[in-house]
Unconditional design. Structure first.
Length: 425
């Protein structure tokens, strides 16, 4: 059992006097799970240590960033070395090209790509490119999918937004979202129907190929295939938002795992090795519309930041070692098999893909956003608090995933399973 979080409570009080809600990203406030945040002192491997000196097993892992565990020795060293050479130039450096080449090795569909600072920027920019390329306006997204906080994407969005009742945001004018069409996830028929009526007006279809931001919701195989078919048929740019799934479900992300080639892809989270970096890219003929080659403008003061590039290069180097994903998958398989036994008959759904999983406190299968809304949030909140009291930080929302890293050893996972069993009881 962890110690009372007195110093964190004081730190939160102080933070609230200057930062809205005391946090720089809303879910961190832990409101929907009925508690207050712990403030972190340091993180290493599968553990975070809070300022009250509680050592806690992390299953959120900075929302999936740290597949190698927190503070990987060589990644941190690469970043420190880079800082010693200057932390931003506003002039090209070779590490930008080297990381771009590595990303393309993993994602051959990203024939050309550009770095930005966040997943939000990546999806925003990819959509602008798709609109510039097609000369069309309409964007299709799926209910419960989260693609960052750009105005035109905050329609029926997942992640932290899913905790807001109307699943949208104030401050977004109607006009900004009038070109965004929202379809239900995993509904092939609705997708085909929409495209048969409006396909020729659509610029892009953006999808989380595994919907991590409404919990982990895995696509039906024919649904994902259908996104490729209808977009091809109507000349629509298919964007896979692999900000979470990229370098997570396989080195080449969901598109490698499911064998589907999108026209454009966004990656983030893992790619910067814990620093603010993300990328968008795709077919060379599409990416050519970007300035300075073409008419679509996009830019960034810190884009391709040399520290983030160095950390990204070292991260992808380690991930490309033979057997990395096979080992992670095997360990996850064993964990999930035992978890399935624990939750059997308890009114809980286990959704899983590779090293990501979510427990839904829901008595029927979760295939789309409407299903997620039937989950018992109060029960989830109690589960979260109970796990935290045992020293385990699971992702603090029913609509997020948990992430197993290379450093979640069998010993750690044994303790987690035991704790889940007791918490549920
Ligand atoms: C996290 C995430 C984003 C947004 O990335 P930020 O770096 O938080 O802006 C976009 N799409 C998906 C699928 C994500 O998981």
């Amino acid at each position: 059992m962890i110690k009372e979080r007195l110093l964190s409570a004081a730190a939160f009080e102080r933070a609230q006097q200057v930062i809205p809600g005391g946090v720089n990203s809303p879910v961190r406030a832990l409101r929907s799970v009925g508690t207050t945040p712990l403030f972190v002192k340091e993180a290493k491997g599968a553990y975070i240590t809070d300022i009250d000196d509680n050592r806690i097993i992390d299953f959120c892992m900075s929302w999936g960033v740290f597949i190698l565990g927190h503070n990987n020795g060589r990644v941190s060293q690469a970043a420190v070395d880079a800082v010693g050479r200057g932390s931003s130039y506003g002039i090209p450096c070779e590490n930008e090209t080297i990381l771009a080449e590595k990303v393309r090795e993993a994602f051959p569909t990203m024939e050309r790509l550009r770095f930005v600072n966040s997943g939000t920027e990546a999806t925003m920019s990819a959509i602008r490119v798709a609109r510039g390329y097609t000369g069309r306006d309409i964007l299709v997204k799926f209910e419960g999918n989260y693609h960052g906080h750009a105005d035109h994407l905050l329609v029926a969005a997942g992640s932290g937004v899913a905790n807001i009742s109307n699943a949208s945001s104030a401050g977004v004018p109607d006009g900004f979202v009038k070109y965004t069409a929202v379809l239900p996830y995993n509904d092939t028929e609705a997708l085909r129907r929409f495209f048969s009526e409006h396909g020729h007006e659509v610029a892009a279809l953006i999808i989380e190929p595994v919907a991590c931001n409404m919990g982990v919701v895995v696509p039906d195989e024919d649904f994902l295939k259908a996104t490729r078919e209808v977009t091809k048929q109507y000349g629509v740019v298919l964007i896979f938002d692999e900000v979470i799934t990229g370098f997570r479900l396989a080195f080449g992300g969901a598109q490698q795992r499911f064998g589907i080639k999108p026209d454009m892809t966004t990656v983030g989270k893992i790619v910067g090795g814990g620093f603010p970096a993300a990328a968008f890219g795709g077919r060379a003929d599409i990416m050519q519309v970007l300035a300075p080659e073409g008419p679509v403008y996009q830019a960034g003061t810190l884009s391709g930041n040399p520290v983030a590039m160095a950390a990204g290069i070292e991260t992808l180097t380690q991930l490309s070692h033979p057997g990395f994903y096979e080992t992670l998958e095997r360990r996850s398989d064993a964990f999930i098999a035992r978890l399935e036994e624990i939750i059997a008959g308890k009114g809980i759904q286990l959704n899983r893909c590779g090293s990501m999983f979510t427990l839904f406190f829901n008595d029927s299968p979760v295939r789309n956003f409407r299903n997620t809304q039937r989950s018992d949030q109060q029960r989830f909140a109690r589960y979260f608090r109970n796990m935290l009291s045992r020293g385990i930080y699971v992702s603090p929302s029913q609509f997020e995933g948990n992430f197993i890293s290379e450093l979640h050893t069998d010993e750690i996972l044994d303790y987690v399973l035991e704790s889940i069993a007791q918490s549920i009881d």
